[in-house]
Ligand binder design. Structure first.
Ligand code: ADP
Ligand code: MG
Length: 467
């Protein structure tokens, strides 16, 4: 035996006892009584069987099971090899059994548990720093927070599936990850998986290229909790949608928990099949709104204390009053000031803070002056998956014309620029084109509720203002 420090013998015994639980006794006795542990090498377990026939059967029926169980237990990718033995039950087994002291067994058991939970964590893709305990609750988020906590405490039971939607930087990823982290901590036997819709898409595409779609399907269908972030990314990705549709049905039927996030209500998604969007809308849909002044202050104070830093009320008030867009912007304003103060090892004065923060993100009072037409074109374009270049260009496909008209409408509605100035920014168009687009959007809004919601959402995004 060349076992040395790579002995997987205890793992092998655990594997066998698991297999025994899952197989009918007769079947187990037939094959596994004629199979023995021979030795271990690095990431390899060598087994011996009484005859080639036995080995061939074991290989074809159980090799995957053995490899998977051993790999799961050890947290490593284990290869299993087979050799025909002159006689079954080699001495190796006996001497090992005797040698393994009780202490060693306990130690190995503990290490199996620790390795297993480390493995579960790394396979979950979760960012461990997003937790319920560091999420500040406000009127804007209380409902979403409570729903998420209820799900984490009882996955698959109360709200399945659940959709959390809201604009950028409002805490969707934070809540989604908190659900996963809570489950990993409290119900470690459940397999949790976090992916962004983009990761899901890329893996799916890759699995097609490498002809491993079955592997991909199995991977997502064997989880207990599936968390998919930013599903708006799936717009227009037909075959990925199809794949997710089947994954959804599979998990839903076996009562596995699913939670999704999206940057807008499902009804505002474009190029998503009806059957998939109806699945997303099933269960519970909760939204996250921008925080109000009090919540912004609470978030700033919370982030400060987490960093063990301090800052005057006057400065905090200044940030909370001016940074109204979302939590991410609040956080980055604070980071800037804290970094400055730590680097120079001195308190930041109010004037210095104002100077450092410079031009703050869009604010109510200034929105009309500071919002550029280019920003409007960019934001509208991102929403519809159309580039600024296309919006300013001459193409007349409906998928470009409508975003172009909406962007012109919003530019005229929100800013103080003249229609001539707007026309110029839109690739040198005449001011009458801008006026025509404005009228067109206005009349469409009278008859089409979904369209109206889209325009209003974009307007809200561009001028996101609370208080
Ligand atoms: P989204 O996924 O909606 O774009 P994130 O979840 O990434 O937003 O949040 C952006 C940043 O703001 C993260 O650092 C997150 O921890 C923080 N954050 C968001 N909401 C809260 C909250 N209510 N309390 C504390 N931190 C928050
Ligand atoms: Mg996010």
């Amino acid at each position: 035996m060349s076992d040395g420090e790579h002995s997987y013998y205890e793992f092998w015994k655990e594997t066998v006892s698991r297999v025994r639980e899952t197989l009918p006794e007769q079947e187990y006795n037939t094959w596994f009584n004629r199979l023995s542990y021979l030795r271990s090498e690095e990431r390899k377990v060598v087994l011996s069987g009484a005859s080639q026939f036995i080995l061939d059967t074991v290989i074809s029926r159980y090799r995957d099971l053995l490899v998977n169980t051993l790999s799961e237990l050890t947290g490593e990718e284990i290869v299993v090899e087979f050799e025909v033995a002159a006689r079954p039950s080699p001495a190796a087994q006996e001497s090992h059994t005797e040698a393994a002291s009780q202490a060693k067994r306990t130690q190995i058991k503990q290490s199996i548990t620790a390795q297993k939970s480390a493995k579960m964590r790394s396979e979950s893709n979760l960012n461990a720093s997003y937790e319920f305990t560091n999420f500040v609750i406000g009127d804007n988020s209380a409902f979403a927070y409570n729903a998420s906590l209820a799900i984490a405490k009882n996955p698959g039971v109360s709200y399945n599936p659940c959709l959390i939607y809201g604009g950028v930087g409002l805490g969707k990823t934070h809540l989604l990850s908190s659900i996963g982290n809570h489950i990993l901590e409290n119900t470690p036997e459940l397999k949790v998986m976090y992916v962004t819709a983009e990761m899901f898409t890329n893996e799916f595409i890759e699995s097609i290229g490498t002809q491993k779609t079955q592997h991909f399907k199995n991977k997502f269908r064997k989880v207990d909790v599936l968390l998919i972030d930013d599903i708006h990314f799936l717009q227009g990705k037909d075959s990925t949608q199809e794949e997710l549709f089947h994954t959804f049905n599979n998990l839903y039927d076996s009562k596995k928990q699913m939670v999704f996030t999206c940057d807008r209500p499902i009804s505002e998604l474009k190029n998503i099949t009806d059957r998939l969007s109806s699945r997303f809308e099933r269960g519970l849909n909760v939204d996250l709104q921008p925080p109000n002044y009090e919540t912004r202050m609470a978030i700033l104070k919370n982030k400060l204390s987490l960093r063990g830093a301090s800052m005057s009320e006057e400065i905090l008030n200044y940030i909370a009053t001016n940074v109204v867009t979302n939590v991410r912007d609040l956080e980055s304003s604070l980071t800037k000031l804290v970094a400055y103060s730590e680097l120079l090892n001195q308190e930041v004065s109010f004037d210095k803070a104002k100077e450092l923060l410079g031009v703050l993100p869009a604010h109510a009072a200034h929105a009309s002056q500071t919002l550029s037409i280019d920003t409007i074109i960019k934001v509208v374009g991102q929403y519809f998956n159309v580039s600024s270049f296309e919006i300013k260009g001459k193409k007349k496909n409906k998928s470009i014309v409508q975003p172009r008209q909406i962007a012109m409408y919003l530019a005229r509605d929100i800013t103080d620029f003249s229609t001539t100035e707007i026309g110029t920014e839109f690739g040198g168009r005449d001011h009458t084109t801008v006026m025509h687009s404005y009228d067109r959007v206005e009349s469409l809004m009278k008859g089409d509720e979904a369209f109206t919601n889209t325009v209003l959402k974009l307007k809200r995004d561009l001028t996101t203002i609370k208080d």
